[in-house]
Design a protein around this ligand. Structure first.
Ligand code: ZN
Length: 503
């Protein structure tokens, strides 16, 4: 496999440049002094240019074609065949984008981000509107350049969730909407059944950090191959399986921020730390898609971290860390508090039940903007109308409405659906894990997570990017992505917490 190895060497150079950029990005959000921003932008620009040129250069195309000819007989499940599939997918995508479009997108989004920040702070949509208009126009050009089957949005979605179609997302989201809107309304009518005042008491930040570290380690996060730091927005950054870092933020009067933020990022990191060593530092040494990645973070955050069983073993330790703040509270009261839900305006603060409605609003907005059905000037009204229809709330200003998220200013149109797809997958994966390893729930109750992590490693993590998300879901669960298991889970959990009548 001489040709395949030559291709691998070249792709590994690209991969190494990208992980080096990942490290620079991590540094920018954790340690870099504000004065470093200009130099950092220049470094990133140079590295991304070299990586792009190396990747789409004619030499890569030649090596890829030769390796494909050589590897034509490889077994579908082999690492070599998977590498060829992924390389062809990425190469065709990147080679289809004209350089002027890439450059214009980079320049426009850099400026749009700088305008979005003050526009959001001042709740001044008119300041951001021309930039949103340019970004939507660039997204249309991008979709045309990449090509698509049924809908221009397919091309954008495919960059984050390879193989997924807009029509599939729309069908899934319509099912969710029909079930979730009445559930959220019913919960709002029973709001006083769950109280979370206990989470707003005084929690020393140093102690929060100690507990966050202890939880991450207990879940299986390997600190010899990672580290936990602080950043304004929590994230995880993998530089190969040997160096997968996570960050969180601490708020003195809001315990869940750091606690569940850490568990969420640990879920992302466990995925990357457990990719097979053979795939390390290759194109396949990362997650299968953003949706699959999010399924891992949500699985640990919600299905493990917000479960009654988890707190039956962890609450005594938490209480020992915060004896004053948690005096007189028991595990059951704490479990109920961390699962309080109800409609709210800000996506990143939304609970498990209402979160997906925030995503559906964004998906419908993106489709409307892309097709022109929603004009740039009418976008805030369209946003607010959906918020009213789905969540029963009207944003008092655009800061708490259309201006709240950073994604569009960065040019990421087609990204939002992956959050909800990840939620759906998390339940299908977890159900399957428990069906195959019935001891998992008892393990969680006693603070033992090895059985669950072993199962995830064997069925999902070790494959890295070898399979498309849909293939992986089918391989693991025996069927396609569905709304049923997820909705059953929500009905069971919140039906009990809020004493909803089951229809
Ligand atoms: Zn995440």
């Amino acid at each position: 496999m001489q040709k395949l190895n030559a291709l691998k060497d070249r792709l590994n150079d690209v991969h190494n440049l990208r992980t080096a950029m990942g490290l620079l990005g991590w540094d920018q959000q954790t340690c870099m002094p504000p004065g470093g921003a200009g130099t950092r932008a220049a470094q990133m620009g140079t590295l991304s240019k070299i990586a792009h040129e190396l990747f789409v250069g004619p030499e890569t195309g030649r090596l890829l074609a030769e390796a494909e000819a050589e590897g034509a007989g490889l077994d579908y499940d082999s690492d070599g065949a998977a590498l060829l599939r992924a390389a062809r997918h990425d190469y065709d995508l990147e080679a289809r984008l004209p350089t002027d479009l890439v450059v214009e997108t980079a320049q426009t989004t850099a400026l749009a981000f700088e305008e979005w920040h003050p526009a959001r702070a001042a709740s001044d949509y008119r300041r951001f509107a021309p930039w949103l208009g340019r970004i939507v126009a660039l997204a249309r050009r991008r979709a045309e350049a990449l090509g698509y089957g049924e809908h221009p949005y397919d091309a954008l979605l495919d960059e984050f969730e390879p193989g997924m179609r807009t029509s599939q997302v729309r069908a899934i989201f319509d099912e969710l909407k029909a079930a979730l809107i009445p559930m959220v309304r019913a919960v709002a009518g029973q709001a006083d059944r769950v109280d979370d005042a206990v989470l707003k008491r005084d929690f020393d930040e140093g102690r929060q950090e100690e507990f966050s570290r202890a939880v991450a380690q207990r879940l299986g996060y390997d600190f010899a191959h990672g580290r936990l730091d602080r950043s304004a927005h929590p994230f995880s950054q993998g530089m190969g399986r040997g160096d997968v870092r996570i960050t969180t933020r601490y708020e003195r009067n809001w315990l869940p921020g750091a606690l569940f933020g850490t568990i969420h990022e640990t879920g992302h990191a466990l995925y990357e730390q457990n990719i097979a060593p053979e795939l390390d530092n290759t194109l396949l040494g990362t997650g299968a898609s953003l949706g699959i990645h999010e399924s891992q973070s949500r699985l640990w955050e919600n299905l493990v971290g917000r479960s009654r069983g988890f707190w039956s073993s962890f609450f005594p330790r938490l209480q020992a860390g915060f004896p004053q703040a948690l005096a007189g509270v028991d595990a059951e009261a704490f479990y109920r508090a961390v699962n309080r839900c109800g409609p709210s305006l800000i996506r990143v603060e939304a609970d498990e039940l209402t979160y997906n409605l925030h995503i559906i609003i964004r998906f419908e907005m993106e489709l409307g903007l892309l097709s022109g059905e929603i004009g740039i000037d009418d976008a805030p009204a369209a946003w607010n109308a959906r918020t009213r229809d789905y969540l029963g709330l009207t944003p008092p200003d655009d800061r708490q409405g259309i201006l709240q998220d950073v994604h569009w200013s960065g040019g990421s149109i087609g990204y939002f659906p992956t959050y909800t797809l990840g939620n759906l997958m998390s339940v299908q994966f977890f159900d399957r894990a428990v069906a195959e390893r019935p001891g998992i729930p008892a393990g969680i109750e006693s603070g033992e997570f090895g059985t669950l992590l072993d199962w995830l490693r064997d069925r999902i993590h070790r494959h890295g990017r070898k399979y498309l998300p849909d293939e992986l879901v089918r391989r693991v669960t025996g069927g396609p992505l569905r709304t049923g298991p997820y909705l059953d889970y929500l009905r069971r959990k919140y039906g009990e917490l809020y004493a909803l009548s089951q229809e």
